[in-house]
Design a protein around this ligand. Structure first.
Ligand SMILES: [Zn+2]
Length: 310
């Protein structure tokens, strides 16, 4: 039986490929910069080329693969492998990517959303091991979640259950998000809108931060550590909306294990103690609710993508 698998993780800055053997060891990898302007066919051609070269490097043929899993920052019709919309690569939309790849590579292909892949990886190999239900919360350039219910990814009717970042909390108010609405949780907590949110608060707080070119998350973290009033106001606001978001998810699903991953986890207790405090302020039933950090390092995307093939 052919049992090698490839996991492809298409992120905002890079596309990573991992080749896994029969025992699930990561035996080969490659990556390239994200082709932000590519359309569905151009992007898929790159995937075909890179998967083919990865196999050749390891003296393998397509027949040696049990499949390729592809993790995309997209709204995907899961059953059809059809991409409706992609956040980092806007020209990849309304595209039957699974069929396109399958025709060229002649192996089973499964496409899924990045938060679902991260959730799957953490559930099987990371902080969610042994639990029945788990929510993966991505706190990064974007905010999103992946839902593991009864040991399986819950995708909903079409495929994007768990897109909690676009749940509306202050409709019409706040920054206009890529989802075309104002006032979703991303408007208030996503890393990509830090510069704009900080600039909006600049008149009300003192600051030593350079507002002409940012600040990005790294500069914000540094300023928070230095006790900068504007930076701390931004941190408090992000924590507030992340805490409310998590609280709402908990109320909706009553899942008591929340695993946080993504770039904002670099803020550590500075951010997450605040998130926890917000959650606890509104939670009036004293049963245990666990907040954990994701355990898998940078490879969670390719691991989760490869896990789609099982
Ligand atoms: Zn949104």
């Amino acid at each position: 039986m052919s049992a090698f698998r490839i996991g492809v993780d298409a992120g905002g800055t890079k596309v990573a490929y991992g080749l896994f053997d029969e025992e699930n060891n990561l035996v080969g990898r490659r990556q390239h910069a994200t082709p932000v302007e590519a359309d569905g066919a151009q992007f898929s051609d790159l995937v075909v080329e890179n998967c083919t070269e990865l196999l050749e490097e390891h003296h393998l043929k397509n027949e040696d693969l049990s499949g390729i899993g592809v993790c995309m920052p997209s709204f995907i019709l899961f059953d059809e492998g059809y991409i409706c919309m992609t956040s980092a690569m806007e020209n990849i939309r309304d595209f039957a990517m699974r069929d396109y790849l399958k025709e060229r590579l002649q192996v089973p292909i499964v496409l899924d959303n990045d938060s679902n892949c991260a959730a799957l990886a953490e559930y099987r190999f990371g902080a969610g091991r042994g639990s029945r239900h788990m929510i993966y919360m991505a706190a990064s350039t974007g905010v999103g979640s992946g839902l593991i219910l009864n040991g399986e990814v819950f995708r909903g009717s079409y495929g994007w259950a768990g897109e909690s970042g676009h749940m509306l909390i202050t409709p019409e108010e706040g920054i206009l998000c890529g989802c075309r609405n104002r006032g979703c949780f991303m408007s208030w907590a996503a890393g990509r809108y830090i510069p704009e949110r900080v600039r909006r608060k600049a008149e009300a707080f003192e600051t030593g931060m350079d507002l002409s070119s940012g600040p990005d998350g790294v500069a914000l973290l540094q300023a928070c550590r230095e006790g900068d009033p504007l930076a701390l106001a931004e941190l408090d606001e992000m924590a507030f909306y992340l805490g409310v978001c998590v609280f709402n998810i908990y109320q909706m699903l009553n899942v008591n294990l929340l695993v946080f991953g993504g770039g904002l986890t670099h803020f550590g207790p500075l951010l997450f103690d605040r998130v926890r405090a917000v959650f606890d302020r509104y939670n009036h039933i004293s049963l245990p609710v666990f907040f954990k950090s994701a355990e898998l390092k940078q490879d969670f995307g390719i691991i989760g993508a490869a896990e789609l093939i099982r």
